[in-house]
Design a protein around this ligand. Structure first.
Ligand code: AMP
Ligand code: MG
Length: 695
């Protein structure tokens, strides 16, 4: 089985048109990572699915589309209707007989006609209309006689499921099957050989139809449904996300089912796999960089708030031996397995005894034979008003709760004498005084430091749940660029951004991937972006991000339908092109090295923090007196290349954004607020050292 790339779950409805306003008990379609879509009737749903399958096929996607109604009837029914056990023949048989208009359909009549083929009353029941229908009972009462099993094998197993013979009433699926299978039959006819139906056909086609039952994840749907949410919408989205997050082998396990006639519910018997927290995080939404309409220049804080709101971790959790986990992001809270210290012990070299023999003045205690050292405890009991030799780190022997420092005693080898002004418990460490077993020692999202590894180890942990390192692809665009070391013709310049960005990424603790230089050529850029999207979690490009003729990064992202030109009120930095390329976020940075550098620190860095699982990280700055004057206009925030000398913030002599040397000169940035400012020497300005950005 090849892997599915997209998961689309459909909550079907057997009823009539539900009107223009999204509501419950209607058709809802959820695709992993996208907002659920409301469809008012089956015609609209069919058109939506046709369009989605068409785009999917054009893009070489592999779609798994789930529908929440039975794909087959209990054993024997297909043969009784069509003369064949093949459920897909029954689909076509139903498609030929069901008529469906948005406001009326013949499902109850057809069920009545089918019932009349059999001697007793049944198999269908529950006429939901006001008019009587020949052959179709209103209730399942005396005289009901079902020539077929009441339930499919999978329904016997799925506690709380409804039988497909029941046509109306809360939760009944009978009408959904009658009104659903004909639509699926039509879609199969619309796309011959492109759709495989599970579990009846091998999943070799690009699209698979599978039967789902969202009740399998009821508890999660319940937890995720807030006030005002429509449950049907939540459940299709959640199920799509869960299936998308499954590792391929888990999905393969779920799909490994033999039920050639009745069909099966995907995931039934594997609820544990569906219930697991996602092993692979869900993809980002395609519109995650959308800006509010109508805004011309977005203030920096608004842009940041948007990023903060929309981005979430995209790196998969894994377990690593403690030794290898430094610099990684914790995927879960760490809980101490063992107390530290595990036992009360002595903090110094000296003599241990019980506190109840302490009194004012000099104290003389006889020494007992033996000693306690770190790792070599004393097995016996220290009797009252006796002392024992103890060495730093030794567990306190029974009968000892206080230690006197070696230097504060005189001893002849059989007795010790010391001043009695000690506190009970002096010079000892309590068990668990550092951390108690069960304590939360480090929170999820923490970037593990060497000290954290000490803490984890001390509290009994050896393998740590971390996230894989965020992979960041970096590429430069521009016909004028040449590689350092290569000959440069007139009009050419050396690529300065790529070495800078690649190393900046590494300093931030992420994994840089060098995608090289790309000429100002759309096809070449598209191919490189494809490659980058395949390998990386995030793509940083520089150059070509504005709206000019040679600005191919923005042009391509615009063509792919997922570009947002971010006109951020920020200097230095022309428009940023933020977009999604095949589900991977792209930060289209300006070409000017200074602007590329500042935009990376101010925007890409916190965004990558979120994507990596470490969360949003505001750089810590501090107030300094300015060593410069500046008249700043209102309307945008400014970052000046700066450094601290003699307790003052000085800035680079030129604000030109092509001045690469200014970045080397600087040791941090001075941040000037959005409004106007008249800065004179000695006025307070905010200085953020590069170290605060993690550089
Ligand atoms: P662009 O954003 O492509 O219009 O580029 C703006 C300016 O930055 C132009 O002067 C480019 O030559 C320059 N530039 C673009 N990419 C780089 C790079 N990788 N290294 C140095 N300068 C660059
Ligand atoms: Mg360019």
């Amino acid at each position: 089985m090849t892997q599915f790339t997209h998961f689309i779950m459909v909550d079907w409805s057997g009823g009539n048109d539900t009107g223009p306003r999204p509501r419950k008990d209607a058709i809802w379609i959820g695709e992993a990572g996208q907002d659920p879509v409301y469809l008012r009737n089956r015609q609209a749903a069919r058109e939506w699915l046709q369009a989605r399958i068409k785009t999917g096929l054009a893009r070489d996607e592999r779609l798994m589309i789930g529908f929440d109604f039975p794909f087959g009837y209990p054993q024997g029914f297909a043969r009784a209707m069509t003369g064949s056990d093949d459920p897909l023949e029954l689909w076509d048989w139903l498609a030929a007989r069901i008529s469906d208009a948005p406001k009326q359909n013949n499902r109850f009549d057809l069920a009545g006609q089918i019932n009349q083929r059999f001697a007793g009353i049944g198999p269908f029941w529950f006429n939901g209309l006001t008019r009587d229908i020949p052959g179709l009972p209103r209730h399942k009462r005396d005289g009901y006689d079902n020539p077929f099993p009441d339930r499919r094998a999978c329904e016997i197993r799925a506690k709380g499921s409804f039988t497909c013979w029941q046509l109306a009433g809360a939760g009944a699926v009978g009408s959904q099957v009658l009104m659903g299978l004909p639509v699926l039959a039509q879609l199969r006819a619309d796309f011959p050989d492109q759709i495989a139906v599970w579990p009846f056909q091998p999943l070799k086609a690009p699209v698979a139809f599978v039967e789902i039952w969202p009740s399998l994840i009821n508890d999660q749907v319940h937890a995720e449904t807030g006030p005002g949410d429509i449950r049907d919408a939540v459940q299709v989205r959640l199920l799509a996300d869960r299936l998308a997050a499954l590792p391929a082998d888990a999905l393969a396990q779920m799909l490994d089912v033999t039920a050639p006639e009745e069909g099966w519910i995907l995931g039934l018997g594997h609820e544990d796999l569906l219930r697991l927290s996602p092993l692979k995080p869900p993809p980002l939404r395609n519109d995650c960089f959308a800006l509010p309409p109508g805004v011309d220049w977005t203030p920096v804080d608004d842009a940041m708030a948007l990023l903060r709101d929309r981005l979430h971790p995209v790196t998969a959790p894994e377990t690593l031996p403690l030794q290898q986990a430094s610099g990684r992001v914790l995927a879960q809270d760490l809980i101490a397995k063992r107390s530290n210290p595990p036992l009360p012990n002595t903090a110094v070299d000296g003599y241990g005894f019980a506190a109840n023999c302490l009194r004012a003045g000099d104290i003389e205690l006889p020494l007992i034979d033996g000693r306690a050292a770190a790792g070599v405890p004393f097995d016996g009991i220290v009797s009252e008003c006796h002392a024992i030799r103890v060495l730093t780190g030794a567990a306190l022997p029974d009968g000892v709760d206080t230690v006197v420092l070696e230097e504060d005693c005189s001893s002849d080898g059989t007795r010790i004498v010391f001043r009695g002004d000690l506190k009970p418990g002096a010079n000892t460490r309590r068990a668990g005084e550092d951390a108690l077993a069960g304590d939360l020692i480090l929170p999820a999202g923490r970037i593990l430091t060497p000290a954290d590894l000490a803490l984890a180890s001390a509290t009994g942990l050896s393998d740590l749940p971390v996230r894989e390192r965020l992979k960041v692809a970096v590429l430069s665009t521009g016909d004028e660029l040449v590689e350092p070391g290569q000959p440069a013709a007139k009009g050419q310049i050396f690529d300065a951004n790529r070495p800078m960005l690649l190393n900046l990424i590494a300093r931030l603790g992420y994994e840089p991937l060098d995608l090289g230089r790309v000429p100002d050529d759309r096809a070449a850029l598209a191919a490189t972006l494809d490659q980058a999207a395949n390998q990386a979690h995030v793509i940083l490009t520089s150059g070509g991000a504005s709206a000019g003729d040679e600005d191919h990064v923005s042009a391509l992202l615009r063509e792919s339908g997922a570009l947002q030109e971010w006109r951020i009120a920020l200097k230095p930095g022309r428009p940023l092109a933020l977009g999604m390329w095949q589900g991977t976020p792209v930060f289209g940075l300006p070409g000017n090295p200074v602007a590329a550098f500042v935009c990376t620190l101010i925007f890409a860095r916190p965004a990558m923090g979120l994507l990596s699982g470490a969360g949003w990280q505001d750089p810590q700055g501090f107030d300094l007196p300015a060593a410069f004057s500046k008249n700043k206009k209102p309307g945008r925030r400014e970052y000046l290349r700066a450094r601290m000398r003699d307790g003052q913030a000085e800035v680079f002599k030129s604000e030109g954004s092509g001045r690469v040397s200014s970045l080397s000169w600087a040791e941090g940035l001075v941040e000037l607020p959005d409004g106007p400012a008249q800065i004179k020497p000695g006025d307070t300005v905010r200085y953020i050292p590069f170290g605060s950005f993690g550089l």
